[in-house]
Design a protein around this ligand. Sequence first.
Ligand code: ZN
Length: 454
Amino acid sequence: MDGLKPVERGRAAAEETLCIVDTTAIVVGDRGDPKVWRGSLSVVEGRVRFGGDSRRLGHGVRRIDGKGLVVLPGWVNGHTHLYSALARGLLTGGAPPVSFLEILEGLWWKLDRALERDAVRLSGLVGSLEALHSGCTLLFDHHSSPTCIEGSLDLLAEAALKVGLRGSFCYEVSDRDGPAAAEAGIAENLRFAEASSKDTRLLPMFGLHASFTLSDRTLHRCVEAAADAGVGCQIHAAEDQADQEDCTEKHGCRVVERLERAGVLGRRALLAHGVHLAPRELDLLARSGTVLVHNPRSNMNNGVGAAVLKRLGERGVAVCLGTDGMSGHVGEELVVGGLLQRHQRARSYAGYGEIMEAIWAGNHELARRVVPEWRGLAEGAEADLVLLRYDSPTPLESYNVVGHLMFGLAAAPVHSVLVGGKLVLDEGVATGVNEREIRAEARETAARLWSRIK
Ligand SMILES: [Zn+2]
């Protein structure tokens, strides 16, 4: 393949730090179709080099036997909520929620109000570890903790960095907890954008909750503040029909039209969901270059419907995938998302092309927009990689790699993960933190958190 030049065999470069020897497959390319390449892969000064010595490695070079391992670019999660990591198994009591608003009011808004510093910190660690173990190397987080706003993004960012991930963090500003909380949310976004500007692993955005919890005044304050800080906005949009109904009633227009008039849209903006969008709203997204983050498992879990990716693609909307806090596993989102498109359109041949376009071109394009030097799995690129245990029982080649991803590879067990050339998950063990201690502390913190939820 073009650009894949093996290094000289028989002599490891002095600066080489790691060599994955004789892999089962390396899935390359960050735009369009993924392709299979075979051979060894070295990490030299944190960057990818195709090839490497299979027997004689330089002193101090880590050797990983690549047989039965497939190397992929690290997954990029376009939208998630690390704070949901301590919600697993939580029972809130009372009547089960029926509508989307009842789910928010009965579960998520109770949970986020009960988050204090320890719970934010532990959710960041637990959520980051879960992402790491699923092969994610870059995540876009959207945070809310109305009684612990100032400094909350630092707690999450420090957690992600300790675990070894790159991350984008923002605080979802909303009027639902009153004007003081809205102002504190704006201030936290600005403070973090400034504080994180020198660390290339951190990528600030400006968070907004959703149209239906934002007054015009707060929305405009946020857009102005984001522009002043030079960061893009991340907001939930048309996740449920209720968002559109609220917008039409209060503002006389549809959600994306409101966001476009306010100045939210643009190439640096992320809109999560977009389940209920009219054609003219899709055109606004396409014209502005706004990225729409599709979260299939979350949409199924909340029973809100699902975007039809074919329709979005035909209108020219840039789409990527996120997990929306369901878990950290972007590969599972790919598998379920493909099935959902087929189920929704009742067509056995539908969906896989669109979902692959979303994850392989969309998520990589999203990474490129915020990390200009991000190049995926390519010669000379920073080594953000996942090694999957996948001893394929059938031929694995470029022509059928999508079939392998959908029916096995994307959800295969994770062996190791590199971020910036550093092994942050080494044969299933996180190298930066003590996972057992974190999980034990998280269980105690979660129990206290749950006891505060009324
Ligand atoms: Zn979300």
